[in-house]
Design a protein around this ligand. Structure first.
Ligand SMILES: Nc1ncnc2c1ncn2[C@@H]1O[C@H](COP(=O)(O)OP(=O)(O)O)[C@@H](O)[C@H]1O
Ligand SMILES: [Mg+2]
Length: 229
């Protein structure tokens, strides 16, 4: 198996103040890894740093076993796709134009996400939240992407839509993409994931295969409740 992403002893944070300490994390080709933890545990900070959006405070980030290029842009050229917590579609453009910005020929997006076909002429700002996230995923998982980082893809969406998004992520991984997924819906995410890490106040609390973590949900959820916010 090919290791796409490796963080070694990662310290991540803001203005040289680390809020994530000494994190070791690996994502292989074709697997979904979930990053769990209470609000404020450091999940978004970790993703921003792995994406190259925040400067590294300590440790190393490797892509394909080599030091990752510094900028988000250079990492994107190496196949990184990053879905941030904010909705990232261009609201004033049509669905077709949103797809076209990412893929000159967007037919493959429609093959994977046929529900977008009847919406092509609609402005993205007029889509439902779920449709916007499907559009976001279509842009990210089609084409030359190799590694997907996704932050709270399913936030605020109805259960059926969440299932649709997660199954599309699983399908992308089955085609070979490596995925690091931050999800509030821990049980659902562990249902489609291969492995997971649990952060607590910026420290790794637990890591393991998804089925082991699922069996340990009570402990994970109680760590959420006892987290100091
Ligand atoms: N822009 C920022 N500047 C300083 N501290 C921040 C900033 N964003 C988040 N933090 C702090 O970093 C910690 C981790 O936050 P975050 O990574 O957003 O957590 P999560 O995504 O797990 O909810 C929190 O204590 C939060 O207050
Ligand atoms: Mg967050």
């Amino acid at each position: 198996m090919t290791t796409l992403l490796e963080a070694r002893r990662l310290d991540a944070g803001y203005d040289a103040m680390a809020v994530v300490h000494g994190l070791d994390l690996v994502v292989e080709e074709g697997e979904i890894v979930v990053l769990l933890g209470a609000n404020g545990a450091g999940k978004t900070t970790t993703l921003l740093t792995l994406a190259g959006d925040l400067p590294l405070i300590g440790g190393e980030v490797l892509f394909d076993g080599r030091p990752a290029p510094r900028s988000l842009h250079a990492r994107a050229r190496r196949g990184l796709r990053f879905i941030t917590e904010e909705r990232s579609v261009l609201m004033s453009l049509s669905v077709a134009d949103n797809l076209r910005l990412a893929h000159r020929d967007f037919e493959p997006c429609l093959e994977l996400f046929p529900e977008l076909r009847p919406l092509l002429d609609r402005k993205a700002g007029l889509l439902s939240g779920g449709e916007q996230q499907i559009l976001t995923l279509a842009r990210a998982v089609v084409g030359h992407g190799r590694l997907l980082l996704a932050d709270e893809l399913s936030l605020g969406l109805a259960p059926l839509v969440v299932q649709r998004l997660l199954s599309a992520v699983r399908a992308a991984a089955d085609r070979g993409m490596g995925v690091l997924l931050v999800e509030q819906q821990a049980r659902l995410a562990l249902g489609i994931a291969d492995r997971g890490y649990v952060l607590r106040q910026g420290e790794l609390m637990l890591a393991g295969p998804a089925d082991e973590l699922r069996a340990d949900m009570a402990r994970i959820e109680s760590s959420y409740l006892s987290a100091v916010l």
